[in-house]
Ligand binder design. Structure first.
Ligand code: ZN
Length: 280
């Protein structure tokens, strides 16, 4: 445990990048060997666009990192936040800290992004992908990256999270998101038990279905508990899914970086009301 704390306290940007790129490569190879959907789209063009948005996400987090580190150092020095006032036990910090960071730093802002119109305008860029795979994981508009960063900082403040825990959480979060967005065909006997603890691909995919109410479910990032607790958990047959978002299905709108960057500043489009109910 000491070595984990030591490693993540002093983790370099190079190691953090290696985790992100390594995860991306592993899941890219796995999903190409064992794909759920076999599309005829241009995978390189698709990945290129998503990697552009991954890069802007990294940039936002890189330039704002001093705020996160400053907040974490301050809560530890001043004994502020849940962990700091309850116990010094590192295992307690590890388990409660990871759970709370996941809830306040990821699940909550994701739920808000689906329920507050102007934030949805940014988040929908993530949902416009009609070929969800591991590269979709960090396809976020820079405005959303900033919004998520604010919530991560808020979570660190409320939880009193030391920096080793924040870096460990972010590393787990990167790999888990790459995993649950991957187009990997994963057997139910493996996915189902895992989905009681972590968000698995078979669980997360329905969140990318083009229609409501399916897209307003399974907001989880690392842990699957939150959707079960807050009654936003859904389980469907993944083979029937159609990825995208009903308001933005035109390819010319969703395959250009320039247009995707502009969407949050264009007119809000309400979700389409369908005559018939859809049963997946
Ligand atoms: Zn979403």
């Amino acid at each position: 445990m000491e070595s984990i704390i030591e490693y993540f306290s002093t983790i370099t940007s190079a190691h953090r990048s290696a985790i992100l790129i390594g995860g991306l490569m592993i899941f890219f190879l796995l999903e190409n060997a064992l794909p759920l959907f076999t599309g005829t789209h241009n995978k390189w063009k698709h990945s290129g666009l998503n990697i552009f948005f991954t890069f802007t996400t990294i940039l936002v987090n890189f330039f704002m990192a001093f705020i996160l580190v400053g907040t974490s150092d301050w809560v530890v020095a001043e004994n502020v936040g849940l962990l700091q006032v309850t116990s010094d036990n590192v295992y307690y910090h590890l388990i409660v800290g990871l759970l709370a960071l996941d809830l306040i730093g990821a699940w909550l802002p994701h739920w808000i992004a689906h329920h507050v119109k102007w934030i949805w305008q940014f988040h929908l860029i993530h949902h416009t992908d009609q070929h969800v795979d591991t590269t979709t994981a960090n396809r976020h508009h820079p405005g959303e990256s900033l919004f998520r960063f604010v919530f991560t900082t808020l979570a660190v403040l409320v939880i009193g999270a030391p920096m080793w825990l924040v870096f460990l959480y972010q590393s787990l979060s990167v790999v888990l998101t790459q995993f649950n967005h991957s187009n990997l065909k994963i057997a139910e006997w493996l996915d189902n038990p895992l989905s009681y603890v972590i968000c698995t691909p078979n669980m997360h995919r329905v969140h990318h279905h083009y229609r409501q109410p399916y897209s307003d479910s399974n907001y989880g990032n690392i842990f699957s508990f939150w959707d079960r607790i807050f009654d936003t958990y859904l389980k469907v047959d993944n083979t029937k899914l159609i990825y995208g978002v009903d308001t933005h299905m035109e390819l010319h709108e969703t395959q250009s970086i320039g247009n995707l960057l502009k969407i949050p500043f264009s007119e809000y489009r309400p979700h389409i009301e369908y005559d018939e109910e859809e049963k997946l």
